[in-house]
Design a protein around this ligand. Structure first.
Ligand SMILES: *[C@@H]1O[C@H](CO)[C@@H](O)[C@H](O)[C@H]1NC(C)=O
Ligand SMILES: *[C@@H]1O[C@H](CO)[C@@H](O)[C@H](O)[C@H]1NC(C)=O
Ligand SMILES: *[C@@H]1O[C@H](CO)[C@@H](O)[C@H](O)[C@H]1NC(C)=O
Ligand SMILES: *[C@@H]1O[C@H](CO)[C@@H](O)[C@H](O)[C@H]1NC(C)=O
Ligand SMILES: *[C@@H]1O[C@H](CO)[C@@H](O)[C@H](O)[C@H]1NC(C)=O
Ligand SMILES: *[C@@H]1O[C@H](CO)[C@@H](O)[C@H](O)[C@H]1NC(C)=O
Length: 535
């Protein structure tokens, strides 16, 4: 990394200061994001019996998505993040097909595997009609070509558009084992050379910078894109990012895969990116629900607040297309419900990856990319029903209090087994407790604060009415490891949530539910190899 920090300093003072972008970020904070992998979401003909290999094309399309937007909207989501939209390489490789869209060859052509330009524009206008925001995934780190696994890769650069010459790329080197901790190496070398050469763009080259910035401006404006996810943001040099985001004119999340608060948060404090998917919480969530303690989660949240500028602009998730499914580690339905409750009600922007609501359980890439149609788009599955309720509760809180998204949740209780918070101002606050005890969890009472004396409250997952006691505490009737979510009864008027309630008490079987529909069917076939795709 050459000492080109001069450009960083110059850029930082301007970054994200444009009024448009700031307003856009505030709007994004109020959204709830559903991540769609186009090839695996819905086929144009809507068929649900199509079988395919995990590392090949399955035939999902933009048109298929248009036809199945109700499924997403009825779950309460107000934004989608979709696979990269640009043209990819055509060849089949030892590492499979570019069904995921991350192997770009031409920035000025759309990916015809996903449909025509008209299909894509129809998708955009259908989303506008429904007021669903569109987040496009963009690849800036590299362009891709088939590789015969004989290093160094023999790349025909003339096949790329617009970076059609070797001079726009870093010379080939493979990131060494130690190199994953050395920014010079993981930013300048080529990632995962197996079956495909990810030719690493020299994002310090003035032509590359100028061209990228003008490309993204055109892409956002031509297709009315509302926000970006920048793939492998950590693998391009820092200084490239702020100008790129500024040129796009929209909010962006950059992929920064690290659990270290300082390394992670510097992207915000140095003004490199407005937001990121929240990998800090992610790692702690996985351990908290698998034998660890929620005290670690509470600790990392405090560290994030101390280190990052704006934790409300981070995306909360327990699943994405790069990580093993949550249910792969822990198949218990009550545990999955608790994790979903955290994702939707935590500070930050909820992000749910397609299939999470169907309790899919695939392992690593590509087995964590099961076609959603295998679920039959079941709107009655326990996690679909739960997600829809939680999004409604969050959307309602935001409607009642526009500062809800910028109000830090207060941790009421965090121990080995419980994590309870209160978010929002009095009158529209949301108090929840999650637990890691699984469906085997026993019956017991848990007293948790966050209300006023004698305040009428409703547990919104079971529609049970209760009243806060002297100290403003509510008695939660914990059972079967189910999460509990309480809001003031007054906040529900006219919301359509729990219009009828019964008296609070132990729910017979609230946590266990039925096992996710068709989970058995979804157990992905494990092939003899596992290559980490950069995606
Ligand atoms: C590249 O380096 C990784 C270790 O970071 C190693 O596993 C892989 O085999 C190397 N690939 C090539 C083509 O050298
Ligand atoms: C990082 O990698 C570069 C290029 O391989 C090397 O020159 C440099 O010494 C490494 N830095 C550290 C701290 O190891
Ligand atoms: C956007 O549209 C203009 C006008 O048709 C075109 O020249 C430009 O290449 C397009 N940009 C992208 C990224 O598609
Ligand atoms: C983030 O914090 C740093 C350091 O306090 C400050 O320089 C920067 O302007 C802040 N950025 C934003 C977007 O608030
Ligand atoms: C819940 O956390 C406790 C304390 O860390 C741990 O002993 C227990 O195994 C966890 N339960 C589950 C189901 O992971
Ligand atoms: C009220 O709830 C808080 C946690 O929010 C707890 O620390 C406290 O002990 C509870 N008070 C009573 C009287 O149960």
């Amino acid at each position: 990394m050459r000492a080109s920090l001069f450009s960083l300093a110059g850029v930082a003072s301007l970054a994200f200061s444009g009024l448009g972008l700031a307003a856009d970020m505030e709007e994004w904070k109020t959204r709830s994001v559903y991540q769609v992998m186009i090839d695996r979401y819905a086929r144009t003909d809507g068929s649900t019996d199509h079988e395919c290999e995990a590392h090949e094309f399955c035939g999902g399309s933009w048109r298929g998505l248009i036809n199945k937007l109700d499924y997403i909207q009825d779950m309460g989501f107000t934004a989608i993040q979709i696979s990269p939209i640009n043209k990819n390489m055509e060849e089949h490789t030892a590492a499979g097909d570019p069904y995921h869209g991350y192997w770009t060859t031409d920035l000025y052509a759309l990916n015809d595997k996903f449909g025509t330009e008209k299909d894509f524009k129809d998708l955009v206008s259908e989303l506008k009609k429904r007021d669903i925001y569109l987040m496009a995934d963009v690849v800036v780190n590299h362009m891709a070509q088939k590789f015969d696994n004989n290093p160094p890769p023999k790349v025909d650069y003339t096949k790329f558009n617009p970076f059609n010459d070797e001079k726009y790329f870093h010379p080939y080197c493979n990131v060494t084992e130690e190199g994953w901790l050395n920014a010079t190496e993981y930013q300048n070398c080529w990632l995962y050379p197996y079956g495909v050469a990810l030719a690493d763009l020299d994002t310090r080259n003035p032509f590359v910078i100028k061209e990228m910035n003008s490309w993204i401006k055109g892409l956002v404006s031509n297709y009315s894109i509302d926000g970006l996810r920048i793939d492998a943001a950590k693998h391009v040099n820092d200084e490239f990012l702020p100008d790129f985001v500024e040129s796009s004119g929209v909010f962006a999340w950059g992929e920064v895969l690290t659990g270290e608060p300082e390394d992670f948060c510097r992207y915000q404090t140095l003004n490199l990116l407005p937001g990121m998917p929240n990998y800090l919480d992610y790692y702690k969530l996985i351990t908290s629900f698998n034998g660890g303690s929620f005290e670690d989660l509470a600790r990392i949240k405090k560290e994030a607040i101390n280190n990052c500028n704006d934790t409300f602009a981070l995306g909360t998730f327990v699943e994405n297309h790069d990580m093993p499914r949550f249910a792969n580690k822990n198949s218990d339905m009550a545990i999955a419900k608790n994790a979903m409750t955290y994702v939707i009600l935590n500070d930050g922007v909820p992000t749910v990856y397609q299939g999470q609501e169907q309790h899919f359980n695939g392992f690593e890439t590509p087995h964590n990319r099961e076609p959603l149609w295998q679920s039959g788009y079941d709107k009655e599955s326990p996690l679909y029903v739960l997600t829809s309720r939680l999004n409604k509760v969050r959307n309602n809180a935001i409607k009642l209090d526009k500062e809800y998204v910028n109000t830090a949740s207060e941790i009421l209780w965090a121990d080995n087994n419980h994590f309870c918070t209160k978010k929002g101002s009095y009158g529209s606050q949301v108090v929840y407790c999650i637990t890691n005890q699984s469906s085997q969890g026993t019956k017991y009472e848990l007293s948790v604060g966050g209300f006023q004396q004698d305040e009428q409250v409703v547990e919104v997952l079971s529609c049970k009415a209760n009243k806060a006691g002297m100290s403003g505490n509510v008695t939660m009737y914990m059972n079967n490891g189910a999460p509990k979510v309480y809001v003031p009864a007054g906040a529900l008027k006219g919301s359509g949530i729990c219009e009828q309630t019964t008296e609070d008490g132990y729910e017979a079987d609230s946590g266990a539910g039925v096992a996710g529909a068709a989970t058995g069917l979804l157990t992905a076939a494990i092939f003899g190899w596992a290559v980490m795709f950069l995606a």
